[in-house]
Ligand binder design. Structure first.
Ligand code: ADP
Ligand code: ADP
Length: 232
């Protein structure tokens, strides 16, 4: 079973003269332990696809699944549970709580859910994102790149089935961006995570195993192929 799958997924905003078809019968599968980049011009539907797949936005027709779970028709409570327990997000703004330490930020969603993080997994995640010596620091004591690494660790902590990133390196300089992308890639290869990320940046997309291109709400190209691993 794929980590997530859209089948004939359409998303229409508004109605009548202001109607916009943001996604036009999209079919795409995100396989486990694969790192996919979504590219395309502004307004092509990239964010909408993320939001629909992550259960943040209702779809208009077709199907969106996380694992075997169909999102359409899930009651609010079930949808909240799914977003909390099975999906991770990384946004352009890091969305960290300023009064909490890095470690407290990482475990916060699980604390709220009353779940205990798996200690061994948490240690691996912290090693993978290179934060072992920054756990007690608060966000304002960390660089932008380190703050985004905390957000990556927070998304990984609950071992979600899939992580969605909406321009996760959009606010970072190229060096910090490269670090965060390297950690995302390592989380796919070493921890078996599934990651789908929207990016404008072809250099960022080079970290992915696969690049899906959108234009006008449709998939116009889907390239799986060698990554930089084969040339570095
Ligand atoms: P991208 O992420 O590729 O820039 P979006 O998914 O944000 O594209 O937007 C796709 C289309 O849907 C655009 O035409 C945009 O104007 C429209 N759109 C996005 N969100 C809304 C909304 N909340 N209401 C109306 N139209 C929207
Ligand atoms: P390490 O392998 O020491 O963890 P990095 O953190 O630099 O090294 O890289 C993490 C992953 O990102 C590796 O799979 C690496 O091949 C890949 N990677 C590094 N630099 C680039 C790049 N410029 N473009 C695409 N992928 C890259």
């Amino acid at each position: 079973v794929a980590a997530a799958r859209a089948t004939d997924l359409s998303k229409v905003y508004g109605q009548g003269e202001t109607q916009v078809v943001a996604l036009d019968r999209i079919t795409v599968e995100f396989r486990r332990a694969e790192f996919t980049a979504i590219m395309g011009p502004s307004g092509s539907g990239k964010s909408t696809l993320m939001h629909c797949m992550a259960g943040l936005d209702a779809i208009s027709s077709g199907s969106a699944r996380i694992g075997e779970t169909e999102l359409t028709g899930l009651k609010d409570k079930k949808l909240t549970q799914l977003r909390r327990d099975r999906v991770g997000f990384i946004f352009q703004a890091f969305n960290l709580l300023p009064t909490l330490s890095a470690l407290e930020n990482i475990t916060l969603p699980m604390d709220i859910a009353g779940r205990k993080p798996d200690k061994a997994w948490l240690d691996r995640v912290i090693q993978t994102v290179g934060l072992a010596d920054r756990l007690k620091h608060r966000p304002n004591q960390l660089s932008g790149g380190q703050q985004q690494r905390v957000a990556v660790a927070r998304a990984l902590a609950s071992q979600p089935e899939i992580i969605f990133g909406d321009e996760p390196t959009g606010n970072l300089d190229s060096r910090a961006g490269a670090e965060v992308l390297g950690f995302l890639r390592n989380s796919v290869r070493e921890l078996g995570q599934t990651v789908v990320m929207v990016t404008h940046d072809p250099v960022a997309a080079a970290y992915a195993d696969r690049v899906v291109f959108l234009a006008d709400g449709r998939i116009v190209d889907d390239m799986a192929g060698p990554t930089a691993d084969s040339v570095l």
